[in-house]
Design a protein around this ligand. Sequence first.
Ligand SMILES: [Zn+2]
Length: 439
Amino acid sequence: MKKSLIASAVLFSSTAIANVEAPKNIIYMIGDGMGPAYTAGYRYYMDDPSTKVVEKTIFDELFVGMARTSPDDDTVVTDSAAGATALSTATKSYNGAIAVDTDKKPLTTMLQIAKSKGLTTALVATSQINHATPASFAAHNEYRRNYNEIADDYIDVKINGKLAVDLLLGGGYKYFIREDRDLVSEFKQAGYHYESDFDKLNTINSLPAIGLFKETAFAYAIDQYPTRLSDMAEQTFSLLDKNKENGFFVMLEGSQIDWCGHANDVACAMAEMDDFANAIKKAKHYVDSNPDTLLVVTADHSTGGLTLGANGDYSWHTNVIKGVKASGSKIAKALMKSDNLLSTWQDKTAITLDKDQAELLANKVITAKNEKSDETSAKKQLVEHVKMLISKASNTGWTTSGHTAIDVPILAYGKGADEFRGHLDNTEIASKLINFIKQ
Ligand SMILES: [Zn+2]
């Protein structure tokens, strides 16, 4: 009885969408860890202080709804693997699962369906390209940290005898060029152009291609390459545009919004949001000139329990965040190298410390400097202390170093965008996209 009810529910939803003509191309963007506090925070962060209103951002302009994120696990809090599996296969699984179900059986992903339908396919991320989110579109593994096996799948899991992903851009060459296997030379044998120098991103001008620009992940946007995702997005859209005869499917991930959230580093998070926002603007621009394209943006979960205002104080100081020029860990490193602590602090954060704060910071730096090279606890404490000073000065709150279960925004634009309006489950976003791809 229960089964037939589910079957008719599925039938009903696919009939409902059958009236909507499918877009030819799909641009799917996932802001890892991008809960609503991040999109709202970015709005205040970007506000023009010379006007009375708080200007809308691209996230506000394209907003259509919210998504539920809970996994098929003994918790309501998802990780990125279960989150991405739901967003790529329309099936909920356990935390750690890479496109496998609760019984660890492989689930077909929307990218694989797209490839089988003859679409050009692409994956772009600022993490290693075999990290949980991109992995869940083209690999199957019972555990997200089996990075070598996941990288192997990009070659080994073939669709109609062909490699599944026509364009891969991100980090992670250490997982592809290994002692036991050289996947890069296997990609080359399969006709792929390979590039490892990010300055040569623009020289990738035909498909198939693979760009692995870092040993693992890119550095944080705030520390290096503030536009790495938007640069890769631009190159990706230009490449896909030349290969869109049968349409294309691309997933681009703002991977490190989540990492800054785990680190409770608000300036780091806003810089990642800025790179992601600029990549979305490029996607929107592509849709404007190619109206047969659909853009859907969402997140897998929120991270850090970020709050804009904290401790009973009705304020959130974006001017403080804008003055911070590096991640907490980079600032701590600079302080340890500096012979003029306060001037380095000013230079990196523009935050004024009172006498007690300055003394405490100086003590933490000395303890970290004196720590033996094989120990890290005082260095870690210094990094935490730096981030605490930034959170305190900006009145930013954090409740966890992990994820939270709150709903996440859905943005949609272009052909078929109305289908994503309202309050959806993360699996419904995927099933709607899969229905479009199958049409
Ligand atoms: Zn995370």
